[in-house]
Design a protein around this ligand. Structure first.
Ligand code: GLU
Length: 442
């Protein structure tokens, strides 16, 4: 069974890049009839906040991305400890005592010589006596995972194809801080093993982590999962923008973007499939395929999102949307107003044309006389707009804009808007006559 996971750190709100990763993991699992897990990576106790955990859940719920299980790393520390013991017994972790400043200096020296800033494994040269001396001084070690330098690291990436890393070119990663707390690398591998995760799909900023983690899986006696790294999301201008890094569900919701629009865009952005306003998840799932993912950065364009949103709003059925519509707005009201909407929120502005109050506009003498006639026109019936304009055309000889515009202005207080044919029956005869009357006589 395919098992994927989304593993956010609750140190902030989800942004559009995280949302995309969550969605793709959900799709990868659902397409295969598998499971999608939510794993809260909260080993950083200081920066992790309960409110962010709640926000992550709320955002996923809004997006319609439902997890088949949820865990948090802070509940699983015993497992990491056991894995650590196992690696320690096998000589795959070692204590190191360098301070941050010492490490920084080492990096600078290497970079200054034009060399890659790879950790020199100085800590491995310490004798037992030297280590004891450090600890006697009260210096607690941090811990590094010892990479196996003899075996090249290879995998076939679901997006990037065959990958090869020379372990000599990687630093032994720090996996545990001097205070005993965990860095991301080992707990993630331990969890992926324990939760039987089969596919790890994440951003390409994790490619070198994957190289390291593949060795961790092997060192822990597990088969590594399949890895895939998607190209990062960039702004329309082609750069990694700060704005994207803080653009989350709240901002989209405020702008009236439907979750379905965001999902339709993100499902296909950066793939060879056309981005289309597809509201049905099943359709998006059917066509979801990692082999369509490109390696070029995916460009996120707000205008494209807004276009998709508008089309999806125009496709919504009354039943789907009724609970979000202004009080009193019925199916006929929805149909009258729907074509004018680019967001559902705008419905209440348009609905005011029916319920009033409407803007009061100024009319010329001539138009006022015309509107006074209109207010007195007999008949209403099934299609009052047709009846009214036909009669006025005959009696006044007006046509086109001169015929229609003063009526629309007097009846709605606006120059444009929903189809009058649909709107007028909703306004109702008495109110319509009163509005015409008011416009005619001020
Ligand atoms: N917590 C990590 C992150 O947010 C998870 C990365 C992963 O998917 O393994 O970057």
């Amino acid at each position: 069974m395919t098992i994927t996971r989304f593993a956010p750190s609750p140190t902030g709100r989800l942004h559009v890049g995280n949302i995309r990763t969550a969605l793709h993991n959900w799709m990868l699992a659902k397409k295969a009839g598998g499971k999608f897990l939510l794993r809260i990576d909260d080993t950083d106790a200081e920066r992790s906040k309960a409110e962010y955990v709640d926000a992550i859940r709320a955002d996923l719920a809004w997006l319609g991305i439902e997890a088949d299980g949820e865990d948090r790393q802070s509940d699983r520390l015993d497992l990491y400890e056991a894995a650590f013991e196992k690696l320690n017994a096998a000589g795959r972790v070692y204590p190191a005592y360098e301070t941050a400043q010492e490490l920084e200096l080492k990096r600078k020296v290497l970079l200054g010589r034009g060399l890659p800033p790879i950790y020199d494994r100085g800590a491995l040269d310490l004798s037992n006596k030297e280590r004891a001396a450090k600890e006697a001084e009260g210096i607690q070690p941090h811990w590094r995972f010892k990479l196996d330098h003899d075996t090249p690291i290879t995998w076939v990436d679901g997006v990037r194809g065959p990958q090869k890393f020379d372990p000599d070119m990687l630093s032994d990663p720090v996996i545990r801080r001097a205070d005993g707390s965990w860095l991301y690398m080992l707990p993630s591998a331990v969890d992926d093993i324990d939760m039987s995760v089969t596919n790890v799909l994440r951003g390409e900023d994790h490619v070198s982590n994957t190289a390291v983690q593949i060795q961790m899986f092997t060192a822990l006696g597990a088969e590594p999962p399949s890895f895939a790294h998607e190209a990062l999301l960039v702004g329309r201008e082609g750069k990694l923008s700060k704005r994207l890094g803080s653009l989350g569900c709240d901002a989209f919701r405020e702008k009236g973007i439907e979750a379905a629009a965001l999902v339709a865009l993100l499902a296909r952005l950066g793939t060879s499939l056309p981005v289309e306003p597809i509201g049905e998840r099943e359709v998006l799932l059917e066509t979801f395929d990692l082999s369509t993912f490109g390696r070029a950065p995916a460009k996120f364009d707000d205008a494209e999102l807004e276009r998709i949103n508008t089309v999806l709003v125009h496709q919504m059925s009354f039943a789907d949307i009724a609970h979000r519509l202004p009080e009193g707005m019925d199916e006929a009201g929805w149909h009258a107003i729907q074509p004018n909407l680019s967001t559902v929120g705008e419905a209440s502005e348009w609905w005011r044309l029916v319920t009033g109050p409407i803007n009061r506009l100024e009319f010329s003498e001539e138009d006022r006389a015309y509107l006074a006639d209109a207010a007195k026109m007999p008949g209403w019936g099934e299609d009052p707009w047709h009846l009214l304009t036909k009669a006025l055309k005959q009696s006044t000889g007006r046509k086109g804009k001169a015929l229609f515009l003063p009526l629309r202005q007097a009846l709605t207080g606006m120059d444009h808007g929903p189809d009058m044919k649909e709107l007028l029956p909703l306004i109702g005869e008495a109110e319509a006559r009163a509005r015409l009357e008011r416009a005619a006589h001020g």
